[in-house]
Design a protein around this ligand. Structure first.
Ligand code: G6P
Length: 619
């Protein structure tokens, strides 16, 4: 949700800012801008639309200089116009700011600053920052930042530049991520490490309250109280290429195809092959080294609350269907954006699991903070190391999925479901609620899933052809149905389709269809139905008949070897046979691919769908 980047050093700043922004564009892409200091002047360029527009403008007419800040925006306050794009300037254009987050008391501050003579040009909350800095600036921008921080409320990661001091960038963070990158006689900052990888691997993750100053060869960090912080840099392991498309047409397609490999890696990390034999004996096959102190508390817990947003919430819903029967613990799955404003019943024996790809989603992070206030143990299931949720949790399960750049989550979803499946087995083992033989059987079946995913991916052309049928690609609405652990699959399938194709889609528990959604069924309405073999197969088949009886068009995901289903559906895509609890992992792939190919048919921007952003760091 907005990406910021900064550079100070001997090189030309422009190409570095552009490359950093390119790697942050998944965070927002409705406008972009940069400010570069040279000869006592701040040169600013802003364009509406994708970063490519800014790049074109800068190539045609470059901004020269060695210190600069850049921004890619996801609009919160003020529509995506050039005036509302960052960087924002004070009245006389001597101070420039890029910001990610929301300044909540901006209306009050704006009125105050306007009364003092500040000239506001945009409708944004951010613009109060350069004017506030100007109010306090007497030649020391860092001192002005300190005073401004006392006035602002909300969440922010910002970087500021003063025309008079082209050798420094000042920064502050509270509630939105900010990472410093340390180079040789040059320094960087960015919203995440992806933007820094082409330039340096030595990074410092800033904490809330941290603020400071970067020059080419110094890096000063202070905590909220103004005390210097001696932060040790960490070395980022991830390769710069991990954030490239690797020959795929889109990041989303690359990430869909990475799923078998991601799951193999997860299984290898937390349930290595040799553990199978141990399952029968010592029962130690699944291990989560990141659980730390939580490991000891697992046997004390009497309840689990999963908090998450979007796709991660769907992964949590799948997990409920496994955790309850296997570990015999009551599980509630809460939307973090609702949970944080409710009055949750939590205690020290309630395990709160925060599921988040980015580890930065503002609502999920706040849910974690609330859980901690109740002294509930918090487990983070996250993909991004050193993210805010990773740092706030008591224990961690990393997804090891590599950077997910496509805005629509794919590999992170199946990684989340797999990690939570392993956790369910681990808890069952610790609590003695699942016989060892069954546990070994489950684990063995789970190990087959990556190979089965690969089989499904080989059938992509069939899904491509289905997506090309007018009945699907030209639909205005679509319904997704599933039962049991595939009810969340239906929700996720619908979310994928609406996110990237803009076709209105809803997911329902198939048994609920007759309580309302069936009124929508006509021959114009495609119904995507997950009807795999298992405990609810017969019931789901009945639901399909009910749709067919009303002329609905059904595309079913069924299990290979099913000889009945084809007669009741227009189209069937067959999945390899697997135990029902793992079928959501397999069902996810054709649902993702259908959404992908339909979106392509419609000429949509698959990786950067309109209005969305990958990392939602505002409430
Ligand atoms: C945004 C993304 C979704 C993601 C959700 C939660 O809406 O577009 O793909 O599922 O945020 O993000 P998180 O990083 O917490 O998993």
């Amino acid at each position: 949700m907005c990406g910021i980047v900064g550079y100070v050093g001997p090189r030309e700043a422009q190409p570095i800012l552009l490359e950093g922004l390119r790697r942050l564009e998944y965070r927002g892409y409705d406008s972009a801008g940069a400010a570069i200091a040279q000869d006592g002047v701040l040169h600013v360029r802003k364009t509406v639309g994708k970063l490519a527009r800014l790049a074109e403008s800068l190539q045609a007419d470059p901004l020269r200089g060695h210190t600069g800040i850049g921004h890619t925006r996801w609009a919160t306050h003020g529509s995506p116009t050039e005036t509302n794009a960052h960087p924002h300037q004070d009245t006389n254009g001597h101070i420039s700011v890029v910001h990610n987050g929301i300044i909540e008391n901006y209306v009050f501050l704006r009125a105050e600053l306007q009364a003092e003579g500040a000239v506001f040009r945009s409708e944004t909350d951010t613009e109060v920052l350069p004017h506030l800095l100007r109010r306090y600036y007497t030649g020391d921008l860092l001192a002005a930042v300190r005073q401004a921080l006392e006035q602002i409320e909300g969440s922010y990661a910002f970087a500021a530049l003063a025309a008079e001091h082209p050798e420094q960038i000042v920064f502050a963070r509270k509630g939105s991520p900010l990472v410093l990158g340390l180079g040789q006689q040059e320094n960087f900052l960015a919203s995440d490490t992806n933007a820094l990888l082409p330039f340096t691997r030595r990074v410092i993750y800033l904490e809330d309250g941290h603020h400071g100053l970067l020059t080419a060869d110094t890096c000063q960090i202070y905590d909220a109280g103004g005390t210097p912080v001696a932060a040790a840099p960490s070395e980022v392991q991830q390769s710069a290429a991990a954030a490239e498309k690797d020959g795929h047409a889109h990041f989303m397609l690359k990430e869909i195809h990475q799923q078998p490999e991601v799951l193999r890696h997860l299984l290898l990390s937390y349930a290595p092959e040799h553990g199978l034999a141990q399952t029968h004996t010592a029962g130690t096959s699944i291990q989560f080294p990141g659980l730390g102190v939580l490991e000891q508390r697992l046997t004390e817990i009497h309840r689990i609350v999963i908090v998450a947003c979007g796709t991660a919430w769907h992964a949590g819903l799948v997990a409920k269907y496994l955790l309850e029967p296997w570990a015999r613990l009551p599980v509630s799955v809460e939307l973090a954006s609702e949970f944080r404003y409710a009055e949750p019943c939590l205690d020290a024996r309630t395990l709160v699991i925060a599921v988040s790809q980015s580890g930065e989603t503002a609502d999920t992070l706040e849910a974690v903070r609330i859980a901690r206030k109740f002294l509930a143990p918090v487990l983070g299931v996250v993909n991004v190391p050193a993210s805010s949720i990773a740092r706030a949790a008591d224990g961690l399960i990393y997804l090891h999925a590599g950077p997910e750049i496509g805005v629509a989550s794919t590999k992170a979803y199946t990684a989340q479901v797999t990690a939570l499946t392993l956790l369910a087995l681990h808890l069952a083992q610790r609590r003695g609620t699942l016989p060892q033989e069954l546990m070994a059987e489950r684990l063995e079946a789970l190990r087959q899933v990556p190979g089965q995913m690969q089989e499904i991916l080989q059938w992509s052309p069939k899904l491509d052809a289905l997506a090309g049928l007018p009945a699907y690609k030209n639909a205005s609405h679509a319904m997704f149905l599933g039962r049991g652990c595939n009810y969340p699959s239906a929700l996720e399938g619908a979310l994928k389709l609406k996110e990237i194709s803009y076709i209105h889609a809803e997911g329902y528990a198939a048994g609920e269809m007759k309580h309302g959604p069936i009124a929508l069924v006509t021959e114009e309405l495609p119904v995507f139905c997950i009807a795999v073999q298992g405990s609810v197969y017969a019931k789901t088949l009945s639901n399909i008949q009910e749709i067919r009886a009303r002329n609905g068009r059904v595309l079913a995901l069924a299990t290979e070897g099913d000889t009945q289903i084809a007669a009741s559906c227009h189209d069937v895509f067959y999945l390899p046979p697997c135990p029902e609890p793992f079928s959501p992992l397999l069902a996810a792939l054709p649902l993702q691919l259908l959404a992908y190919y339909i979106a392509l048919e419609l000429g949509r921007d698959v990786d950067q769908p309109r209005n969305l952003a990958k990392s939602v760091t505002v409430e």
